[in-house]
Design a protein around this ligand. Structure first.
Ligand code: NAD
Ligand code: ZN
Ligand code: ZN
Length: 362
């Protein structure tokens, strides 16, 4: 494609936008008028149409993790919109293209991890809505080489959760090494988990779904889980073992450390437990059990650009369909509070295309 250089002339210092900003950890996000950023070398400016709200955004706002974002920061890494300006040095992206940001906002491209197809492990990576401002504002920047190309005709609200939830669980299932016909336990059926059930089914796996919320279990059942287990009311390890004889793989997306310890008990001999959820805390790993049963415990962090292309293809082919509720950016603190209480079903997605009142209840 020919290189197209656009002067980012519409973006001047005086142009501002509404954004939800973390100014202090543990405090509500502040709705602020901030400057619309100008795209630097290799970057593009995107006018937002939709953005999913991930539990990671809540961790960011709380400062939950050892590596904290520098404040102030605009969270959001499931953003989709239209390119309105491109900086110098941008190839393959022009004004009018539909793109998204992602957690893997950029990587160095030259380190051992980047060279060996593991750019999601790059130590010099930048992260959308964490080390770079994200999609909780009217505009955001993307790195043209790492921006997510959104397939033509996609429903932006529905496809937005694929940009983090989708790619993360798809990658997690791939590294679980579960095969068609194998049993997989999905622990945690929120934004990530409810799409994980669908990816696992589409990949030919049998699903046992675990959560502490009856409504989420009911959704997992509708999405194809053969067995659902309410971790609040039964001995969850015994229930999973009884139903499946032990699963070949577990994907833990839950936001409580207790679920991580339990997951070890779900696996059959030789099984793999993939940790994806990131609640602050620790869990006990029983040495004897892990050694004698030949278990593998591994972490998995989002996915590469190629994983993203594949994860989006599942959506485009109709194999996965995130369950989304529309909201407006103004409602962000209420939504994060609901998420903290475990009351969000599926994914809440901010709709930037409609005025406030029209967005409510969508
Ligand atoms: P969510 O709030 O939508 O869902 C969390 C789910 O965990 C809820 O359904 C809740 O009921 C369930 N849960 C809570 N306690 C449980 C328990 N004891 N047992 C079973 N289920 C339990 O959150 P989300 O957006 O799906 O994110 C989940 C986690 O994954 C977060 O910690 C997030 O930061 C992390 N995450 C990791 C990656 C990665 O690349 N590794 C990517 C995205 C998100
Ligand atoms: Zn996320
Ligand atoms: Zn690198």
């Amino acid at each position: 494609m020919t290189q197209v250089l656009h002067e980012p002339s519409i973006v001047t210092r005086s142009v501002t936008m509404q954004a939800a900003v973390v100014t202090e950890f543990g405090k509500p996000l502040q709705m602020r008028e901030v400057e619309v950023p100008s795209p630097g070398f290799g970057e593009a400016l995107v006018e937002l149409e939709a953005s999913g709200i991930c539990h990671t955004d809540l961790h960011a706002a709380h400062g939950d993790w050892p590596a904290k974002p520098k404040l102030p920061v605009v969270p959001g890494h499931e953003g989709i919109g239209t390119v309105v300006a491109v900086g110098e040095g941008v190839r393959d992206l022009v004004v009018g293209d539909k793109v998204g940001n992602a957690w893997l906002w950029s990587a160095c491209g030259g380190c051992e991890y980047c060279r060996t197809g593991r750019e999601n492990l790059c130590e010099s990576q930048r992260n959308g809505g964490y080390s770079v401002n994200g999609s909780f504002g009217a505009y955001m920047l993307v790195n043209a080489d790492y921006a997510v190309r959104i397939p033509d005709g996609a429903d932006v609200l529905e496809i937005a959760p694929i940009l983090c939830a989708g790619v993360t669980v798809y990658k997690g299932l791939k590294v679980s090494e579960a095969r068609p016909g194998h049993w997989v336990a999905i622990s945690g059926l929120g934004g990530l988990g409810h799409v994980a059930v669908q990816y696992a089914r589409a990949m030919g796996m049998r699903v046992v779904a675990v959560d502490v919320d009856a409504q989420k279990l009911a959704l997992a059942k509708r999405l194809g889980a053969e067995v659902v287990v309410d971790a609040k009311h039964v001995d969850v390890v015994e229930a999973v073992q009884r139903a499946t004889g032990g699963v070949h793989a577990v994907l833990v997306t839950a936001v409580h450390p207790e679920a991580f310890g339990q997951a070890i008990g779900f696996a059959r001999r030789g099984g793999t437990i993939v940790l994806v959820g990131l609640p602050p805390g620790e869990f006990a790993a029983p040495i004897f059990d892990i050694v004698l049963r030949g278990l593998t415990i591994r972490g998995s962090i989002v996915g590469t650009r190629q994983d993203m292309v594949e994860a989006l293809d599942f959506y485009t082919c109709g194999l996965v369909k995130p369950r989304v509720t529309r909201a407006h950016l103004d409602e962000i603190n209420d939504i994060l509070a609901e998420m903290e209480d475990g009351r969000v079903q599926g994914r809440v997605v901010i709709d930037y295309r409609t005025p406030y009142r029209a967005a409510i209840g969508g």
